[in-house]
Each structure stands twice: as C-alpha cells, then as structure tokens.
Design a protein around this ligand. Sequence first.
Ligand SMILES: [Zn+2]
Length: 224
Amino acid sequence: MATTCLLIMSSHPFSTPEARWTAVRTRDSNAVGSFIYAVRTTGVYCRPDCKARLARRANVVFYENIPQAEEAGFRACKRCKPNAPPDHDREPVLAKIREAVDLVREGASRGDKVTLKELSSRVGLSKWHLQRVFTKINRMSPRAMANSIINTMEVEAAETSARIEAARDRRESSSHSSMASDKSYPDETEVHHLGLPNNLQALPMQYDDPDVDSVLRDLFPELY
Ligand SMILES: [Zn+2]
C-alpha cells in the first residue's frame, strides 16, 4: 500500500488533491502546468502559483487543464493570466535565460559548474522552468553548457601548452645542433626565443572572458 502510494506520487507529484492544495498554499512554481485551480466564490481559475490572496480550501476546485475549468464556467484570473499565450512573458524569461547563460559562462570561466539550484535562485525562475527553457533555447542544459565551455577551454589550454612544448623542443634541438644549422631557421628560433616566457605567462589568459565569449558566440549565435 505504502509502496503503491509512493510510486503514484513520484510519477505525478501533483496528482492528488492534497499535493495540489499544498502547491497552491506554497505558490509552488514547479506545479505550473500540472493543474489549474478554480475558486467557486469568485468564479475565477488560476495557475497553481498565483500570487493573489489564498482562497479557502472549501471553495477550491482542481482541474487538469484550462479547457476543463472554462467548460465548468470559470474565467481566467487577471492576475496570474493562466490562459495567456506562452509568448505573454517571453521577453522577461529570455532576459532571465540570458542572465543564466552569463552566470554559467562566468562560472565556467573559473572552471566552476553552477548548479541548477543556484541559477534558479539567482535569476528568479523555477528550476523546472529554467532547465526546460534554457535547454530549449540553447539546445543544451546549463550543466552541458558549462561542460562544453570548460572542455573547450581545456582543449585550447592543452593546444597552447602543446605549441609551447613544441616551440621549446625546437629551440632546445636547435641549440644542441651546430651554429651553422641554427642559421637555417633564424626567424623562427628568434621568435620562439623571445616569445616563450610571455607565452607561458599568457596561458591563464585563455580563461579570460573575451575568449569564452567568442566560444559562446560561435556556439549560441541566436543569443547575441
Ligand atoms: Zn490567479
């Protein structure tokens, strides 16, 4: 019995009236899209996270979706606008997603993977919405984006290290060879000789914002 209840609850977290009422009482934004509630005394139906004054439990009816609530004679709440087209708040959401991308990018530039929980509280979108919209717009989750940036930086850093290593090898092999053969690569030897210490110091510059920015611009042109 207990196992069955748990299974039902885990597959549909807002399937029972109790769970729905708890979501309404706590204005749980994670419940948005799972159900609609209506208030008999006002004749209005709302999103689960409506910020309007909480109705009495006895006056609240739950519906699976908007058509059911409208068929029962309720009209949409003007405050939470449950029937507004998805584009209604598209711009604010896009701004929040851009902010989330910035946070992911900032974190990744330091080698950190910002958690969904942290992003959610920083930009003011529920974890569920954030993950869904972010992934839809960017075609990858915040975690995947952080991994992608960090991997790209690591590859670039490794390539830079390899170039520096190769330059050092060439320099060492040419310094071991005779003075005569040294003269066959005068420019290259000179350049690497002068450039090596600077290149080594410049390695952390791979993690600077302009580099990460250009990687992101290539990966997500639609965000710019
Ligand atoms: Zn409402």
